[in-house]
Design a protein around this ligand. Structure first.
Ligand code: PMP
Length: 376
């Protein structure tokens, strides 16, 4: 009998949504070639795919289409913003919230004048510390993730935005972990730059967008052709962008339905606690994106459990995919003040639109068997 796999690692990447696959299949046909800069029929058709997608992606974050700059993903978006501010305001300091994705945190090793903003036990930016940093330094940019892909905790972005702007700086939010999971509104939250990634919402990998607020800045990392209003040179990935647009529309239309994953998570976490009473569920009392559960247990070895589940065809993750593979403790958990042992022994379940209640039941029954085996 064919083995059934259960995928519970949506925060690492997602399966393509059928809507994305449908439009990409049409574009990636062998009978035509689409370069959106060409003036002929095929070029016009390519531009139409891209401009339709721009409207769809804009709606996901309540922006206007002309605020959306397509790129290769959130790594590029985050790098673009940090490098732009480091180059444009070399004497000013950039503040980055601790515990973020490596495409932000590695700037500490590469760029000058970067400082971290501490986060509290729930992974939320410490507002008092931020205010002190803003008062005592000349800050050009504050960068913070909208929601953590690891713990799921959601920042109070409006508060961050008010404080940042009061001190004359601009706010960048990496919304990779939040887009398609909770409503986003760049206008209402008054965010200057948002970065998002297609493959986290059911679009293809290697595509993303930088969405520019009303700050009047035009950050550009790549130079060359005039694509994306000279803000992102390079032939546009027509199929990828169209797939991203279709996925954005599907994610927006199913946003209410998506919130039901929160109920499934409640069931999952209460059963986990019953089976493994020493389990610590991170950020349980914080506002979280509904699909994510991140936990540690002092009595288990997370890597062994991960492998045992994998043998049963169940895919979960230990912390973020970018740091798994190395045995380093989760950066966000250590930044939240957890000890190294607990932070190294963490597991993440992240569900998505195709997750069924039966997937969680199967996971829990395997968990019970494995725990019994490893603790006996
Ligand atoms: N930011 C966050 C919060 C992420 O989770 C990721 C992907 N792991 C990225 C940025 C990088 O996104 P991409 O894969 O599109 O480069």
């Amino acid at each position: 009998m064919k083995k059934e796999y259960i995928y519970l690692d949506y925060n690492a990447t997602t399966p393509l949504r059928p809507e994305a696959w449908g439009i990409m299949r049409d574009i990636l046909d062998t009978s035509h070639a689409y370069n959106a800069s060409s003036i002929h029929h095929f070029g016009r058709k390519a531009r139409k795919y891209i401009e339709d997608a721009r409207v769809q992606v804009a709606k996901l974050v309540n922006a206007d289409a002309n605020q959306v700059i397509f790129n290769s993903g959130a790594t590029e978006g985050n790098n673009t913003i940090l490098l732009h501010f480091a180059k444009t305001y070399p004497d000013d300091t950039i503040l980055i919230a601790d515990g973020q994705h490596p495409s932000i945190m590695k700037s500490l090793a590469i760029l000058d004048n970067i400082k971290t903003i501490p986060i509290d036990k729930g992974g939320i930016v410490n507002i008092k510390e931020l205010e002190t940093l803003l008062s005592n330094n000349k800050i050009s940019l504050v960068s913070c993730s909208y929601a953590s892909s690891e713990t799921g905790s959601i920042q109070n972005v409006s508060e961050l935005s008010d404080l940042t702007h009061k001190h004359g700086a601009l706010l960048h939010c990496d919304a990779t972990g939040a887009a398609g999971k909770i409503p986003l509104n760049i206008k209402e939250s008054n965010i200057d730059f948002l970065t998002i990634s297609s493959h986290k919402i059911g679009g293809p990998q290697g595509v993303g967008a930088l969405i520019i607020g009303i700050c009047g800045q035009s950050p550009a990392l790549l130079f060359g052709g005039g694509q994306e209003k000279h803000m992102r040179a390079g032939t546009q990935n027509v199929a990828g962008i169209a797939g991203f647009g279709a996925a954005s529309q599907a994610a927006l239309e199913s946003l209410n339905e998506y919130q039901k994953l929160g109920l499934l998570r409640t069931k999952l976490e209460s059963k986990l606690k019953e089976l493994s009473p020493d389990i610590i569920i991170h950020c349980k009392d914080i506002k979280r994106i509904p699909n994510t559960s991140f936990f540690s247990s002092p009595s288990i070895n997370a890597q062994n459990i991960l492998m045992a589940l994998d043998l049963e065809g169940i895919a979960i993750s230990s912390g973020s995919a970018c740091s798994s593979g190395s045995v380093k403790p989760s950066r966000v958990l250590t930044a939240m003040g957890l000890d190294e042992k607990t932070a190294s022994n963490s597991l993440r379940i992240s569900m998505g639109w195709a997750t069924k209640e039966s997937d969680i039941k199967t996971f829990l029954s395997e968990w019970e068997k494995i725990i019994r085996r490893v603790t006996n």
